[in-house]
Structures are given as structure tokens and as C-alpha cells.
Design a protein around this ligand. Structure first.
Ligand SMILES: Nc1ncnc2c1ncn2[C@@H]1O[C@H](COP(=O)(O)OP(=O)(O)OP(=O)(O)O)[C@@H](O)[C@H]1O
Length: 259
């Protein structure tokens, strides 16, 4: 049984000039613990697809099943990591991480210990009582991830979480996030424009085309790359070969289906 299944998902945005077909006939089967990337040109429907998976918007056709249940039947437990960290500036890092338990009135000594443990693992032990404004962009993103992990989500949706960071911070964070999500056995879907990031982090890559957004091709990332941390993966010959294949395919798609 697949952990997450998308069956023939299509969606249209209706507006005063008619409608825009955002995604068309998308099917995916994702196993538990897998790391999946969705790659494609601007406007091909990546964010719309994530919004459908999270249940924020409803597909016009098709269904999303989480552990074989329609999304609406599940206490879905979906976590997000976005480009912006959305930390509360007036709360310490620890209190930010404890936001979920606090909202659910489940804040106890145990949840506090768990939050501190996650902050340790994520390399933020020495800023537990600091405020977000004193942290770098990379540290803030790590705090946002700690807050997400604190809610113990079944599924993590990562919408370009590294794209606002400088290159060095981004590479370091990719390694950290990758090892942490493996350790916690989280199923994750990453939306990105970055071919290298998709290859270095994923088990499988869905390449989309625009107009309308459809899956153009699926790439399995070779096991030799998947066994490496993203930074090391980038040095592997098979990484380069896959990068070139996807690069060519993406260029071809952009020429055939301009946005
Ligand atoms: N609220 C909306 N109303 C109407 N059309 C929309 C709306 N949001 C997105 N679209 C259109 O739907 C299509 C898919 O958009 P979406 O934002 O999902 O693509 P994307 O691949 O995430 O783009 P990007 O990489 O630039 O973030 C595009 O043609 C876009 O213009």
C-alpha cells in the first residue's frame, strides 16, 4: 500500500476571464519514508499541487489518499517548511518551537524536553532562549524545521525552503535536513527549481511541464547517490549524468511548452 496516492488529479482556477488549467491528470504513488522532489518551470503548477496534497485547495477531478483514506477522513498531520520561516518575532526560539503543543494545550515538561532535544539535534542548543531577530537566515530556517518536527507530521511539504538562503548555508542545510528526515523516517515532498538540490536530496524526481501542468517524466535517483549526504552526492559521476539528462529534458520542455 502506498503511503500517499494521487489519482488523476486535475485542477482549474476560475477567474473573471474564464479559467486557468493549473494541473492536469497527475498521478503519483509515494511510499512511506520516501523523499520526492517536484521540479519544473515557473507556472507549471508545483505550488498548486502541494496545496492540493495538503488539502488547502480541492482538485476539480481526482483524489488524494493518505494511507488509503481520503484526505478529509484523516487527521492529516501535514507539516510545512516554506521559503519564509514565519517565526513569531516576540517569542524565543524555544517558545516558537513549542507553538504547536501550546495551541493544542499540550505543553508539558515532556514536550519542552522534546523541543530542547530537537533544537540540540538541529544545532541550535545555544540559541534556545534567543529571539528570531538575532539569528541568521539559516538558523531561522532550522528553527522553523524544529517547530514543524515538534508536531510529528506524517508528511512534510517543503516549498522551496532553501531558495532564500546563500549558497553555502543552503548546502549545509540540505545535509542537515536530509539526515534529520531520514532519522525521523518522514515522508517528504520538495518543490524546487534547483535540479542539483532535487537530485542530491531525493529518491525520485517528478519533472513537470507547463500549460497545463502535467508530469513529463519521472527520474529514479541511483542508489549510489541516495546513500550519500547531499553535499557528497553532488561530487558523484552519476549525479552529473542525471543532472545533464534533466537539464536537457527541462530545456526541451520549456521550448515545446512555453509558460
Ligand atoms: N490564484 C490563482 N488564480 C488564477 N490562476 C492562478 C492562481 N494561482 C496560480 N495560478 C496559475 O496556475 C498555474 C500554476 O501556478 P503555480 O503557482 O501552482 O505554479 P508553480 O509551478 O508553483 O510556479 P512558480 O515556480 O513560479 O512558483 C499558473 O498558470 C498560474 O498563473
Amino acid at each position: 500500500m502506498s503511503f500517499l496516492k494521487l489519482n488523476h488529479i486535475s485542477h482549474q482556477y476560475f477567474h473573471d476571464k474564464g479559467y486557468t488549467k493549473s494541473v492536469d491528470n497527475i498521478s503519483m504513488a509515494i511510499e512511506e519514508g520516501a523523499f520526492i522532489s517536484v521540479l519544473g518551470p515557473s507556472g507549471c503548477g508545483k505550488t498548486t499541487l502541494l496545496s492540493i496534497i495538503s488539502g488547502i485547495i480541492q482538485p476539480t477531478h481526482g483524489e488524494v489518499l493518505l494511507r488509503n483514506q481520503p484526505l478529509s477522513n484523516t487527521a492529516s498531520g501535514i507539516g510545512y517548511m516554506l521559503q519564509q520561516d514565519y517565526l513569531f518575532p516576540w517569542k524565543t526560539i524555544l517558545d516558537n518551537v513549542l507553538t504547536g503543543p501550546k495551541i493544542q494545550s499540550k505543553e508539558t515538561e515532556q514536550t519542552k524536553d522534546k523541543a530542547i532535544q530537537i533544537l540540540h539535534e538541529i544545532g541550535l542548543a545555544n540559541v534556545v532562549h534567543s529571539y528570531p531577530k538575532s539569528l541568521s537566515g539559516g538558523m531561522r530556517q532550522r528553527a522553523a524545521l524544529a517547530r514543524t518536527l515538534m508536531t510529528d507530521p506524517n508528511l512534510l511539504l517543503l516549498d522551496e525552503p532553501f531558495s532564500a538562503l546563500d549558497y553555502q548555508t543552503k548546502l549545509k542545510l540540505e545535509d542537515l535536513v536530509s539526515s534529520l528526515l531520514k532519522e525521523y523516517n518522514k515522508t517528504s515532498i520538495l518543490v524546487t527549481h534547483d535540479i542539483g538540490e532535487a537530485i542530491a536530496m531525493s529518491d525520485r524526481i517528478f519533472l513537470m511541464k507547463a500549460n497545463p501542468g502535467e508530469i513529463a517524466e519521472i527520474f529514479e535517483v541511483p542508489i549510489e547517490i541516495r546513500n550519500l549526504q547531499p553535499f557528497q552526492a553532488r561530487k558523484h559521476l552519476k549525479y552529473q549524468l542525471l543532472f545533464d539528462r534533466i537539464w536537457e529534458e527541462l530545456n526541451e520542455l520549456e521550448n515545446k511548452h512555453p509558460v
